[in-house]
Design a protein around this ligand. Structure first.
Ligand code: 6R9
Length: 645
């Protein structure tokens, strides 16, 4: 028996989309798709309104993803200029600083417009042109939003790299998209600590010869070395620069941004999103999932370094004329009541955060929540990983005092914005289920052989037809795009997620079925961590798997075989953890490292990850068939020396 939380009467009465509307619109989005999407396109301000909609194919012969191809549009003009007449003096961005004792800042649409135009002119003065890649390595400061919109205004392609990534990871991302410019800050602030962003850029530059220019925002006043001829302070460069910058007319299929994400193999992929379809999808889903109306204070507590920050801090809410809150800090500093204090301080009506943050706050106890009012809250969202029903109920009952619908949005960097999610006025909720597909989204569950499964069932989640916000390619490697997502199950987009569909047609994402692990809502490829480990001089071989973790969702468990003559020790274990931190970043730090004399392999040399996963999970009684192992004795050693969490 699952609990059902019916749509509250008040929501059913006043929401933009009610259950009957959802059913009718969903049917139309499938049966009369062309007309439906032309109608939806009206929500944006086009330079040339499109006459074409979906021209995508998932088949190898004519493979490609294309939407609104004859439309022309500028994203920044849609997020700013078109709102000026009606809401120029409305607050567009509220910025809440890391330290609660510091003053928040507010920017109206008119002010953001001016900041963005000036930033765009600074980029131009640095030689940035339409189509150039601009790497953004910034903390959560208002300039991060300005930088993205400035790129969009002049048709440059931004590539945001999360501020928690190491110099090595940053260098790889600069090189992969051949970017010559980085926008950074002297330092970032998070949880009372400084993050040395500029110093990291200097270190990355050693491995990124394409980098010729660095714009540095003075965010903290920390002293940092500046390299003459390469580095400029933003405030100095912006002095005397005109705040008039016309928005470049872009084709709907011109690139908007690249965002790197981990896959099951090799190095991170540069996921490319384009202009018209992406903005339409971000804005439509933002309005529908949150039943958003301008004037409401809305807070997506993600970092701009992830796709959630792109679509739901910047592009979706601003395209919709909203007021979006950007928070510089972390959920539990100075203490576990911070999120709810920010809610009270700014009278936030909608909060959108990740299950991992909720689990951590839940562990710290209800009193941190209870000491705040939260009366302004109307709706609560989650994203990033499956939400366990216990955390869902805590969010609903303790945080929302039972009155706020929980909107659990399933989606991916690749999908641009939400794909499966409830609409608060239309969808009865079940804790732990992302519920039903959004308009135009056709999920399908298949078995390992690609057989389509009907009715209530478990399977691998595919999407059978394109939607406007779908990624268009992997930067520089179109073949990899096809290979990664469309070759496993012919003619379908394979998400990499496992999923259950229940008797009501509700979808329950069960987690990744490939070699991607989800650590605190952040994707990590096991292959990436393995490559970092084997780069260490003492490591011969490494295999990495995920295991269940109370707060993070999944933790990282590494099996390491040392080179002959090397001794396993606590000191080496720490050295390897630190090594991975510096190679990739703190989010990739292994939770457990088990030294293993050998790894379980098939006779053809393939590591049997299934067995490694079971051991890491502590499920050693059901290791399954080990008869194909080259040396079954290896498993006994692994089981005996398992690290208990
Ligand atoms: C938006 C984002 C994508 C992966 C995805 C899935 C997991 C995201 C989820 C969810 C269950 C949800 N995921 N939202 N699982 N319920 N509501 O997180 O993008 O970083 O690319 O991660 O995250 O496994 O495949 P991204």
């Amino acid at each position: 028996m699952t609990d059902l939380y019916p749509v509250p009467a008040e929501w059913a009465a006043r929401a933009k989309v009610k259950d009957a509307d959802y059913k009718a619109l969903y049917a139309r989005s499938i049966d009369d798709a062309h007309a439906f999407w032309l109608e939806q396109a009206k929500r944006l301000d086009w330079v040339r309104f499109p006459t074409r909609t979906n021209e995508s194919s998932f088949d190898e012969a004519d493979f490609g993803v294309k939407w609104f191809a004859d439309g022309q549009i500028n994203v920044a003009a849609n997020c700013l200029d078109r709102h000026l007449a009606e809401r120029g003096d409305q607050v567009a961005i509220i910025w809440e600083p890391d330290a609660p004792t510091d003053a928040p800042r507010r920017f109206t649409y008119r002010q953001v417009h001016e900041e963005v135009c000036r930033f765009a002119n600074v980029l131009k003065a640095q030689g940035v042109k339409k189509g150039d890649r601009v790497t953004v390595y910034l903390p959560m400061i208002p300039e991060a939003a300005f930088a993205l919109l400035a790129c969009a205004r002049i048709g440059a392609i931004h590539s945001v790299v999360f501020g928690g990534f190491s110099p090595e990871a940053l260098a790889g991302r600069i090189q992969d998209c051949d970017s010559s410019i980085v926008i950074t800050a002297d330092c970032g602030r998070r949880g009372g600590k400084l993050v040395p962003l500029k110093t990291n850029v200097d270190a990355a530059a050693q491995h990124a010869p394409s980098l010729t220019s660095v714009i540095v925002i003075r965010a903290t006043g920390a002293e940092v070395p500046m390299q003459a001829g390469r580095d400029v302070w933003y405030d100095e460069a912006a002095q005397g620069v005109s705040a008039d910058c016309p928005a470049e007319t872009m084709d709907a299929e011109d690139p908007l941004f690249v965002l790197y994400t981990s896959g099951s193999t090799g190095k991170p992929k540069g996921v490319l999103h384009t202009t018209g379809g992406y903005l339409l999808w971000a804005s439509l889903t933002h309005e529908l999932c949150f039943d958003y109306r301008p004037g409401q204070i809305y807070w997506c507590a993600a970092d701009i370094g992830w796709v959630t920050g792109h679509s739901y801090i910047v592009y979706g809410p601003l395209a919709n004329g909203g007021t979006t809150l950007m928070y510089e800090g972390v959920p539990n500093w100075p203490d576990a009541s911070r999120i709810w204090q920010v809610v009270d301080r700014h009278q936030v009506e909608i909060v959108f955060t990740a299950p991992t943050a909720l689990r951590a706050l839940m562990r710290d106890g209800d009193e941190f929540v209870a000491r705040t009012s939260r009366k302004s809250l109307k709706l609560l969202g989650t994203v990033g990983e499956p939400i366990n029903p216990e955390a869902w109920r805590w969010y609903h009952e303790v945080v929302g005092e039972g009155r706020c619908p929980i909107v659990d949005t399933w989606w991916q960097t690749e999908t641009g914005a939400a794909m499966i999610a409830p609409l608060p006025g239309a969808t009865d909720l079940k804790p732990g289920s992302a519920t039903r597909p959004l308009f135009g989204v056709v999920p399908e569950l298949v078995d390992a052989d690609g057989q389509v499964l009907e009715g209530a069932t478990d399977g691998n989640l595919c999407i059978t037809r394109s939607w406007p916000g779908q990624m268009r390619t992997v930067w520089g490697d179109h073949a990899r795009f096809f290979q990664t997502y469309f070759s496993t199950y012919k003619g379908k987009y394979f998400t990499g997620d496992g999923c259950r569909r229940d008797e009501d047609g509700y979808y329950w994402i069960t987690g990744r079925v490939d070699d991607v692990i989800n650590v605190s809502g952040h994707r990590m490829g096991t292959a990436e961590v393995e490559s970092a480990l084997v780069l260490h001089a003492k490591v011969a071989e490494a295999a990495v798997v995920g295991f269940p973790h109370d707060i993070k969702g999944q933790g990282i468990y590494a099996y390491v075989t040392l080179n002959a003559g090397e001794e396993a020790s606590e000191a080496l274990r720490k050295e390897l953890r630190d090594w991975v931190r510096t190679e990739i970043g703190p989010i990739a730090t292994p939770d457990a490292i088990q030294f293993a004399p050998g790894l379980p392999k098939t006779r053809s040399g393939k590591i049997m990850r299934r067995i490694l996963r079971k051991i890491a999970e502590g499920d050693v009684s059901s290791l399954g068939d080990t008869s194909t192992l080259a040396d079954p004795a290896v498993v006994d050693d692994l089981v005996a020396n398992r690290i208990k969490s």
